[in-house]
Design a protein around this ligand. Structure first.
Ligand code: NAD
Length: 357
């Protein structure tokens, strides 16, 4: 069966890190006989320069036809002066909305080899492996009505609407239960059901869904407590599922527990399991072109792509094991040198992962 993957390197360090993930993907494609076909496309600032749009029609069409997208990063000072609608970030938002990528999966993994990179004590975080499943296309960031209005008193009032339909909750819940089933079989749903009706409904639907997943243990936690527990005892969590805004905040908090932004992959999926995979970091214009960026977050995003969109678990694990081996060998890009080790370039890191495969 032939599957297609669209590579969108984007801007800044994007092309450098995607080149390394490209090598790794092509190697596993051959080794495991995956039959993946690769396409390339333009997005973000690179697309603005070449085609005067952050998301050219040609790229969107290729994205629609693909099973999965691997994206580097977009943006940079060169395009910061453009009006909002023409900014590189619009390319990303356009892909998310056009492909209906409603489920954002962000693992926070702290490799034991990098435990001292975290600002928390090594015993609290060493071996940490959490998956945050965030609803990405609904909730208060999209709810209507919204705006700033003039009250009769003459005072202005800003307002937003926090709303979720049953369908929206059910579909993100399913993604989270499925993810928990593939991992440690524990799911914590984070809400504010003591204050917000929308999350009372959210909780009710999660409880309902649990009947379909009797092998997964479901618990509930208020978001304020979840924020505390993430820094107090983060290893209690396996999979966390939550709405758009709480997920935005908690996933950044969880990411920072690991201390190394260059190591964190992410996935955004739709209901057909088509997905966009990208590192959590941005285009790092300060180090672009220097050959020192860490390509591991992008390489690990490729592993997530094999797991979630292409259902090639063995190949996904092969990449993750290779990354762990390379860390065991003491190879480090500049951003993860806190503990010493042998400093390597972006390309050398990619080559080492290839060799470990
Ligand atoms: P950033 O993540 O690009 O960089 C923050 C810091 O982390 C920088 O010091 C950078 O050098 C470092 N860093 C990031 N990735 C690294 C890697 N792989 N290896 C080593 N060091 C790494 O965030 P920023 O500086 O706030 O944003 C820069 C640009 O990226 C902006 O234009 C922003 O809009 C854009 N951005 C894009 C995305 C995306 O494409 N998804 C996400 C965030 C920011």
């Amino acid at each position: 069966m032939s599957r297609s993957v669209l590579m969108l390197p984007g801007d800044g360090i994007g092309p450098e890190i995607v080149a390394e993930a490209d090598k790794v993907l092509k190697k596993v494609n051959e080794k495991f006989g995956l039959g993946i076909e690769f396409e390339q496309g333009l997005v973000g600032g690179a697309a603005i320069d070449a085609a005067d749009s952050p998301l050219p029609d040609e790229t969107l069409e290729k994205a629609r036809q693909s099973d999965a997208i691997l994206l580097g990063a977009v943006g940079g000072p060169k395009w910061d002066g453009l009006p909002m609608a023409k900014r590189p970030e619009k390319g990303l938002l356009g892909l998310r909305s056009n492909l209906e990528l409603f489920a954002n999966l962000r693992p926070a993994i702290l490799y034991p080899q990098l435990a001292s990179a975290s600002s928390l004590k090594p015993e609290v975080v060493s071996g940490l492996d959490i998956m945050i499943v965030r609803e990405l296309t609904g909730g208060i960031y999209f709810g209507q009505p919204r705006g700033v209005r003039q009250l009769e008193s003459g005072e202005r009032q800003g307002y937003n609407t926090y709303a979720y339909t049953e369908t929206e909750v059910r579909r993100i819940g399913r993604v989270a239960f499925e993810a928990a089933r593939q991992r440690g079989k524990k799911l914590c749903s984070v809400d504010k059901a003591n204050v917000l009706e929308v999350t009372v409904l959210w909780r009710e639907i999660m409880n309902d869904l649990q009947r379909e997943y009797p092998d997964v243990e479901l618990s509930h936690m208020y978001v304020d407590n979840a924020a505390m527990q993430l820094v107090k005892a983060p290893k209690q969590f396996d999979v966390i599922v939550t709405g758009n805004m709480f997920g935005d905040i908690l996933s950044d908090e969880a990411a920072m527990l690991t201390g190394s932004i260059g190591m964190l992959p992410s996935a955004s999926l739709n209901s057909e399991k088509q997905g966009m995979y990208e590192p959590c970091h941005g285009s790092a214009p300060d180090i672009a072109g220097k050959g020192i960026a860490n390509p591991l977050a992008t390489i690990l995003s490729a592993a997530m792509m094999l797991r979630y969109s292409l259902e090639e678990e063995e190949a996904a694990q092969a990449i993750e094991t290779a990354v762990s081996k390379v860390l065991d060998q003491g190879l480090r890009t500049a951003d993860i040198m806190a503990d010493g080790g042998r400093k390597v370039s972006t390309r050398e890191m990619g080559d080492a992962v290839l060799a470990a495969l």
